[in-house]
Each structure stands twice: as C-alpha cells, then as structure tokens.
Ligand binder design. Structure first.
Ligand SMILES: [Zn+2]
Length: 327
C-alpha cells in the first residue's frame, strides 16, 4: 500500500514540482517567470474525476511570445527554425529513452508500482545526472507504457472495429521531427509508449502526456474537451436521460390509482419518482460525493473572475470586423 499518509503528506510538501511552470497567483495578479516551457501567458485547467473516482488534471497552457499559425508556417520553411523547434520538442515531449525500444526490451525492465511514492533526485547529489536517468526510465516503464484493455480504452468505432480511444498504437520515428507543414512528433521506437514531459515525470512522478498545439484544429478540439468538463457535459457513466427514462417506465407501470385523484398529484408523484431514480442510479465518484456532503461545491477557482457579457463581446467584435455584422 506504499508509505502511510503522514509520509505521503511530507513527500508532497517537500517536493518542488509546483515551481516547474513558474506561475505565481495572488488575489489580483498572475505573475510568470521562465519555467520548463518558457514564460506562461495564460492557462486553463480542470480537475476531473474518472468513473472510478481517480482525479486527473487537463491543462491548456499559452506561452508568451508564441507565433501566430501564419507566422509559424512561414518560419517553418527555414532549417534553422525547424532545428529550434526540434530542440523544444526534445526538451519537453519525449516518447523514448534507452530501454524502451520494443515490447521485449520493455518487458525486460521490471514495472515498479511504488515508483510514484519515491522522492525526486536531490539537486545536490553528486550522482544527480545518473539518478535522473535511472528514475526516468523506471517511471517511463511503469507509467507510460500503454496496454489496451476492453472496457478501459478499447471502444467500437462507427465501423464496428475495436479501437483505442487513446489512439494507441502510436506512430514511430527514429528522431524528433517537425516538417514544413508543422507535422511534428517525438522520437518513438515502441508503438505503445505514450509521450511524456520529462520534468513533470521526474517531479510529479505520475503518468502524463504533453502535446504541442500548432494549429487551429488541434487547439479547438482540446479546448472543447477541457472546457466541456467545466460545462458539465453528460458522460456515459451518468447519462441522466436514460436514468429518467427508467424512472418514467416505473411510473407508468405502477400508476397507484388509489393515491392519484388529480393531475397535479400525478405530476408530483412522477417528479418525486424521477428525483429518487437520479439519487439511486446516478454514478458519482467518491471524491465528488465528499465535496457535496461537505458543502464545498464541485468546482474550485484559483482566480478572481469577472463576468463578460456576450452582447459586449459581439459589439466589440463588430466594431473591429464590420463584415461580421453584415453577415
Ligand atoms: Zn489503448
């Protein structure tokens, strides 16, 4: 079961991982210094509970001085710029380290489930570089090698084929690459190694995935995914309409004629039964239940927010882009 909760609390308190992105949030201000990706201009993150209740974080990070996609496409014609971008990919998005060449080489390394409870290497250690290499391989082997499983990641697509929702197996490449059309990828030799950020891996010691968003389509898809959780999209584990349909079926099957002598009674009974069906059938993770029981709400904010009204947004937009208004 790993160390006790006192030891874990001490490990967490003693870890410097919160400094990785170098963002400091005060009540009215967000300050950024150069961190692992450079300077952060903005970020948005949501903590999700999976069906089994484990919490995980999705985060979008905008970097300062990022090029527009038009500027990026122009610069990608230059070898020098592509080399710079490959250096960035190599520093932040990895899918290979010596030992992760094939199914056989991966199997030869023991998967160490306790690795998440270890401490990160100490910066003053005389063997720091070697410590980092050893821990990185251990972490990547244990946390980043994906195994497709039915009911976990394998789902039927519209053609009736079982496919992995994480899109494994992933394409291989014998080096980090980016081409003129901004197709990019990390070096990967074994198709079931999921990419990771080395510093998040070392300092948070949890599985993670890091993606470079270089075009509008990827950006739109990921923004939609991340924000849909905050907007409480209906997931398949808690499909309210199916639950309500079940309650309604019960209601129709047992009319209880002797209690219902008016339309209003009938309506009340229906609503009463539907609410009970939701209470009984809706799947909630343990952590979400605790939030409700403690009266903490199911959302927390790290910042102060100001309401932005849609009408103001549209009028500002049409002032700049007259043609939007014409349409
Ligand atoms: Zn899979």
């Amino acid at each position: 079961m790993g160390p006790d909760k006192d030891r874990r609390a001490r490990n967490i308190a003693g870890d410097p991982y919160e400094t990785l992105l170098q963002v400091k949030v005060t009540k009215y201000q967000v300050k950024a210094e150069p961190g692992i990706f450079g300077k952060v201009a903005a970020y948005f993150g949501t903590v999700e509970a999976q069906g089994r209740g484990t919490l995980h974080l999705h985060m979008l990070i905008w970097l300062k001085d990022t090029l527009t996609s038009a500027e990026l496409l122009e610069l990608l014609k230059s070898d020098l710029f592509r080399d710079k971008m490959k250096t960035f990919i190599k520093a932040n998005m990895r899918a290979y380290c010596p030992g992760l060449e094939s199914a056989e080489s991966v199997k030869a390394i023991r998967s160490d489930q306790a690795v998440g409870f270890t401490r990160p290497p100490h910066l003053d250690s005389p063997t720091y570089a070697q410590d980092v290499r050893t821990l990185k391989l251990n972490l990547a082997r244990t946390l980043q090698v994906h195994t497709c499983k039915i009911r976990r990641c394998l789902q039927f697509n519209k053609y009736g084929q079982l496919v992995c929702k994480r899109k494994a197996p992933w394409p291989t490449s014998n080096k980090d690459f980016v081409d003129e059309t901004c197709q990019w990828g990390p070096k990967r030799l074994y198709v079931f190694v999921n990419g990771w950020n080395p510093w998040i891996t070392i300092y948070a010691r949890c599985n993670n995935n890091c993606k470079l968003l270089t075009n509008g389509r990827d950006m739109k898809n990921l923004s939609f995914y991340v924000t849909s959780y905050a907007a409480k999209k209906q997931g398949r584990n808690f499909n309210m309409s199916a639950i309500l349909a079940e309650g309604y079926t019960y209601h129709m099957k047992y009319p209880r004629a002797k209690y219902v002598d008016s339309l209003r009674d009938m309506q009340q009974l229906l609503i009463f039964r539907l609410v009970h069906t939701i209470n009984r059938e809706q799947a909630l993770s343990g952590s979400t239940v605790i939030l409700y029981l403690m009266g903490w709400g199911d959302v927390y904010h790290s910042h102060q927010y100001t309401a932005a009204f849609w009408s103001l947004f549209v009028s500002a937009l049409t002032k700049v882009f007259l043609e939007v208004y014409d349409r």
